[in-house]
Design a protein around this ligand. Structure first.
Ligand code: PLP
Length: 457
């Protein structure tokens, strides 16, 4: 078999990681096959013009990821495509997941690992393992407030609560402004977590009409008047699942409607960091009646379970009790990791890398699904909205994709939707590499191009 010499991309990624990433990409594209023997450390180093130490580091990282293995006396061999990352995102199996909005890998695991070692080495662990303030340590909140400021969000650190992820923040916020059987307004297609929460507590979700810019203010006005609701949950920036971004004038109108009905806003800004600069949140216009939620799941890693929630000043005490009642405090070690990465500038770097990946992957989606994506998504998020082609059903689309090893999820709760509104969210972050994404989207295109051969419903 021909020897494998990677074409390392230019860029700031450490050389050893670039080599590992290229190996993953080449495995996915078939440029290198399982069983291939790698050049020795020395040979590879001289071909690439890097040090032997860099190659050793790369090979051991590739081995850790399960891409290669060394056999004494024989050399180092390529094993198989890496399913490991997908497995530890919780999906097991070999399916390519385009259903879950997983942030693309940008080396955050190595980074978080090194910060954890640093915390342990500095003897900080003991202090972080006790019962600490429900709201979160002051220095952690200061760091998170700095992060918000870097995104153009002006909040007071006294109103900032550290929560156990964005989902926890949403459940806390809703519990303070709505009771079971109360109506909560939201976009027609909305985030599945808010549906889960409503199913659990018994909130009645009421869909408000949207267009390409998100919530339609007149429809929102009508919905408040019609239902008597006092709460609105929405995602003005990179709405999930549709990807819409609300322009500033509309944000002002939405804020005015919320104020007019003396209601509360729950603004979910999980994807704000992907826009440069992010649009100013609606929260900034009506902070006295807004709960603003910014999770670190998408800009860093979902498994940290850390988010920042800004509450109206009048809700500080209740928020404190709400955190206490539902888990005492968010895990301080994880908050420490986030705070250190903010302070060192590494989080900003991660956000930049994820933004670059989002742009790259959106380009791939545009190229491969040309003609199937409406216009062009306004901004590069981790997801794009694929409208349902005429004559097709969501069920069949999902089933056919599943047969080719691709997981898709139709939006939940399509009740009251016109057929022309239906579509599916394609999450572009979960594929292990750009090559894998290309392959998966190529399969989706084939499915879209072929008529349904047999009715599955
Ligand atoms: C819009 C939106 N909000 C909140 C969350 C949940 O964030 P977390 O993982 O921090 O609970 C997600 C995760 O997919 C999301 O897409």
């Amino acid at each position: 078999m021909k020897e494998w010499v990677p074409n390392l991309p230019e860029g700031e990624t450490p050389r050893y990681l670039a080599l590992v990433q290229t190996l993953e990409d080449d495995l996915a594209s078939g440029r290198v096959k399982a069983g291939a023997r790698l050049l020795t450390h020395r040979e590879m180093a001289s071909r690439l013009g890097v040090s032997v130490g860099t190659i050793s580091k790369a090979y051991s990282e590739a081995e850790r990821r399960g891409l290669i293995s060394g056999e004494v006396g024989r050399g180092t061999f390529v094993r198989r495509r890496s399913l490991k990352r997908r497995a530890h995102h919780g999906h097991g199996g070999a399916a390519i997941n385009l259903a879950l909005n997983i942030p693309p890998h940008t080396g955050e695991d190595e980074l978080i690992g090194s910060v954890l070692s640093e915390i342990a080495a500095e003897g900080e662990l003991a202090d972080l393992l006790g019962y600490l303030p429900h709201q979160g340590l002051r220095r952690h909140r200061n760091a998170m407030n700095d992060w918000l400021a870097s995104l153009g969000v002006d909040a007071h650190v006294d109103n900032l609560f550290i929560t156990h992820g964005g989902q926890h923040a949403l459940s806390l916020a809703l519990s303070m402004v709505a009771s079971a059987r109360d109506t909560v307004l939201t976009e027609g297609f909305t985030y599945s977590g808010i549906r889960a929460l409503s199913a659990q507590i018994g909130y009645r979700l009421h869909a408000v009409a949207t267009d390409e810019y998100g919530l339609v203010p007149e429809a929102l006005d009508h919905a408040f008047a019609e239902t008597g609701a006092r709460a609105l949950y929405c995602m003005p920036t990179l709405q999930t699942p549709t990807g819409s971004v609300m322009p500033p004038e509309r944000r002002t109108e939405v804020a005015a409607v919320v104020r007019q009905y003396d209601a509360y806003l729950l603004e979910d800004d999980a994807y704000a960091f992907l826009l440069k600069p992010p649009p100013s949140p609606v929260f900034s216009l009506i902070p006295e009646r807004s709960f603003y939620v910014l999770s670190f799941a998408k800009c860093l890693a979902p498994g940290l379970r850390i988010a920042a929630m800004i509450v109206p000043e009048a809700f500080r005490d209740r928020s404190n009790n709400a955190v206490r009642a539902t888990g005492w405090m968010a895990v301080p070690i994880m908050a420490e990791v986030v705070a250190r990465l903010i302070d060192s500038g590494e989080l900003a770097r991660q956000a930049e890398l994820k933004r670059e990946k989002a742009e790259l992957r959106l380009e791939i989606a545009r190229r491969i699904l040309k003609g199937w994506l409406p216009g062009s998504p306004a901004s590069a998020g981790f997801h794009v909205w694929l409208p349902l082609p005429p004559g097709r059903t969501l069920t069949a689309l999902v089933a056919e994709a599943s047969q080719t090893g691709i997981t898709l999820a139709p939006p939940e709760g399509t009740l009251g939707m016109e057929r022309r509104d239906l579509g599916i969210r394609l999450c572009l972050g979960g594929a292990d590499s750009e090559a894998e994404l290309e392959m998966a989207l190529g399969e989706i295109r084939k499915i879209l191009e072929s008529a349904e051969s047999i009715s599955l419903v």
